[in-house]
Every structure is written in C-alpha cells, then in structure tokens.
Write a new protein. Structure first.
Length: 132
C-alpha cells in the first residue's frame, strides 16, 4: 500500500493592498462597496487573488495609527496603498510619494466639489444670488 499525502500550502495573494479606513466606520458604505468591487474583480480574473491589510486611522491617536501603518509597510509586500479615509491621510500620502509607493486616494464625498465652487466664486468674483 502506498499512501500519498497532499499538503496544502496557503498561497499568498497575487495582489496585496494596504487599505486605510477611518475609525468608527465613518465611510462604511463606501468601504463596503470598494471591498465588493475587489471581490468581483477577483471572481472574474481567472485565478488572480487579492488580499488586504486594513489600517484604521484614529484622528485622536494619529501617531499610533501612523505606527501601525509603518509596521504594515515594513513587514509586508504590497501592490498599492488605497486611502478610503474621510478626507485623506496627508502624512501617509506624503510618505508614500517620498518612498515611491503607489498611493491611491478614493473619495465618495462631495466636499472637494464644494471647495472648488467656493474657489471659483472667489476667482471670478461672481456672487451667487441667495435662494428665495
């Protein structure tokens, strides 16, 4: 009798992402939509696998959050940093740029458009009439 044993090894993901989120699930519906999108891409990509490491930004404890981010960067190989925080994590964006890390900022809010409209009004000096 010959026994053949199959040893299954955990295969590392083909694409590892570091995903930055906000404490208290500030943008939870958006984060959920992005994760579902990644799952759909994986399902339809002929064996390409995705995984992620979540880093939570606590604005009240930003130094600790940054330390967690740096630890994740130092100890993992990753394809990109995906920032899903409320208004971006500027320090991580700057560190990513300096170190040549792909940094993708995704935003589901409209505050950038509001800022642009305010700036346009300042530059053009075109007062917007009040609402009736």
């Amino acid at each position: 009798l010959i026994f053949i044993t199959f040893i299954s090894q955990a295969r590392a993901a083909d694409v590892m992402l570091i995903i930055l989120t906000e404490k208290n699930n500030v943008q939870n519906p958006f984060v959920t939509a992005v994760m579902q999108g990644i799952s759909v891409v994986q399902t339809n990509s002929n064996g390409l696998t995705f995984d992620h490491i979540s880093i939570v930004l606590d604005r009240g404890e930003e130094a600790a959050s940054l330390k967690a981010f740096c630890t994740a960067v130092e100890s993992n190989q990753f394809a990109a940093i995906v920032d899903l925080t409320w208004n971006g994590w500027e320090e991580v964006g700057a560190k990513s740029k300096v170190n040549g890390f792909p940094y993708i900022r995704l935003d589901s809010t409209v505050h950038h458009f509001v800022k642009a409209a305010d700036k346009f009004e300042e530059v053009v000096d075109f007062p917007i009439p009040p609402f009736p």
